[in-house]
Design a protein around this ligand. Sequence first.
Ligand code: NAD
Length: 296
Amino acid sequence: MKKVAIIGVGNVGAHIASAAINKNLAAEFLLVDQNQEFETAQVLDLCDSLLFSHNSRVSSADFGDKKVREADIFVITAGAKQNPGETRIDLLAKNREILQSIKKSLGEIKKTAIVILVTNPVDILTTITAEIFGLPQNQVFGSGTLLDTARLRWRLARKFDKNIANVHGYVLGEHGDSEFVAWSTVNGSEVLSAEEKEKIATRVREEAYDIIAGKGATYFGIGAAAAEIISVILNNSEKVLPVSTVLNGEYGVQGIALGVPAKIGENGVEEVLEINLNEEEKEKLQNSAKKLKKLL
Ligand code: NAD
């Protein structure tokens, strides 16, 4: 049975664990947080849902535990979250330090481990994590624009009055303010006016700000999205998801992680797909890259 360590079990970490448990994944979940009292309470609360999901195992763990170092998948959600009005980029310095301290506390981990970054700003942190963790780049990736794509698809499903499974399309680039809807990938987008497209793209981009203003954090969507990534890895499904992965020349971008469609399997990112984007979309992707590289 594979071991999945979730580092940071606040709003996001706990909802990822909950969504993964409810997916009945054949894995043991180890929950690690610097606040041990809080961690124990989260684990107890999650264990109360086990009867209804049958086979998932959840336990509290410490950084020093051998079973944590031997985890097959690390999901990192530890770190500062946005306060109302803050951007994801505002968290960079703080969360980079937290990431470094996590690796120090973990010590040696399996050479085959997969690390999924969720902590923001997720693209810049993904770019530096492979080096911090001493792992090959394909084994380290971020949740990227998967959540933004989910936000796009439910809005399109509602607009077109279709089942969400039957509407397709991607949000690409930064998981943040320079992200964009790649309309050339959206089926049926030709019936939408420029104003309608702009309205949908703006709502998708600003949704996190609205949720944070209303209740302090976002967690149901990312919980389900990260549980899907874990499931795809554990089942080696080779599903294409828009995750944040370091680009090596694809789309004319080098050395920075961005949300692009990638085939995900048991080794992490099995392949970055270079889909046909139009010139305007390529330029937007390159603008995301320029912005993030400057900050890096
Ligand atoms: P939270 O404050 O509820 O939880 C963060 C947890 O991290 C806390 O329990 C804290 O004790 C723990 N922590 C901090 N430093 C730690 C360390 N060194 N070791 C272990 N644990 C540590 O915050 P949240 O709402 O769960 O958000 C967590 C992160 O996820 C934020 O950076 C947020 O911006 C990000 N996020 C990302 C996405 C995405 O799509 N990528 C979506 C939502 C939130």
